[in-house]
Ligand binder design. Structure first.
Ligand code: FMN
Length: 275
């Protein structure tokens, strides 16, 4: 493949990019008490000035009591935080860039900072907790569109809340949000995607970030075979995902025996078969 491809424009629905360089989402925890200020604006503005085609922001959290595990991770709710995001968006657009917030809930990931409310554990989230969390994701989607973002990404990778539902290592539920198969354990993600899609309508681009690996276990694999991977991916397409962002850690390693394709390569294959 020619490197020139990276410099060619990209369009999907309303998302039009001048090139194919995408900045990976990276938590910086520069937003004092969750409010992204001038330091954060300058940080993203400089990346846009450097001509990156699309900026995926650091994870920014939905309105739930324990959606973050560091106090200076930016919120994606409340007037003050959303005004901060609007300033960032304006600064990036003024430099000719495009930007999508990465919408996040960390789930059960104890760290050095304890949030004001108890952590939500996948073992103990009630059905009401689940319903309220899905609603909080939908509210974030609505805000992303209303503020004028170019797309948003759902963080469903790396062992955080959505991934904790996917993963049999953490999802021990016996109700309709648990189960032996990846299809059953994907129910939470599917409901989140459907609610977010409903909040923004058909044309707004929704990206999802997925990974086999978890922060809790780098060797974990949700999909041991291509068939299981297909069972994981296709329901998410049906629920409303436009773009899959495969997080691989070791992109040079084949995902399954018998093929050179890596995780992103397999995603591309399943989606090509779909069209
Ligand atoms: C400081 C730092 C913060 C990160 N924060 C996030 C984050 O908020 N969301 C996310 O999805 N990934 C985050 N990552 C992971 C990177 O986006 C990326 O996954 C990693 O550099 C490897 O790339 P790959 O997953 O495509 O292989 C972070 C990485 C670093 C180094």
């Amino acid at each position: 493949m020619s490197i020139q491809t990276l410099f060619s424009p990209f369009q999907y629905k309303n998302l039009i990019l001048k090139n194919r360089f995408v900045m990976a989402p990276m938590t910086r925890a520069f937003s004092t008490d969750g409010i992204p200020g001038d330091v954060v604006t300058g940080y993203y503005e400089r990346r846009a000035a450097g001509d990156v085609g699309l900026i995926l922001t650091e994870g920014t959290v939905i309105e739930r009591p324990a959606s973050k595990n560091l106090k200076d991770i930016p919120n994606f709710y409340g007037d003050q935080a959303l005004n901060g995001w609007k300033n960032i968006l304006n600064a990036v657009h003024a430099k000719g860039g495009k930007i999508a917030p990465q919408i996040w809930h960390v789930g059960y990931t104890p760290m050095q900072w304890t949030p004001p409310a108890a952590f939500e554990s996948p073992d103990t989230m009630t059905l009401a907790d689940i319903e309220n969390t899905i609603q909080a994701y939908a509210d974030a989607a609505k805000s992303a569109k209303e503020l004028g973002f170019d797309a948003f990404e759902i963080h469903a990778a790396h062992g955080y809340l959505i991934d904790q539902f996917f993963w049999e290592g953490m999802n021990h539920r016996s109700d309709e949000f648990g189960g032996k198969t990846i299809k059953e354990r994907s129910r939470f993600a599917v409901e989140v995607v459907k609610a977010m899609r409903k909040a923004v309508g058909p044309d707004f681009v929704i990206i999802i970030r997925l990974s086999q690996w978890k922060q809790q276990d780098y060797t974990a694999r949700l999909a041991p075979t291509p068939k299981v991977m297909e069972d994981w991916i296709l329901p998410l397409v049906d629920a409303g995902i436009d773009i899959f962002h495969g997080s691989q850690r070791r992109y040079w390693e084949p995902e399954f025996e018998g093929s050179d394709l890596n995780f992103a390569g397999w995603l591309k294959r399943f989606l090509a078969n779909r069209q």
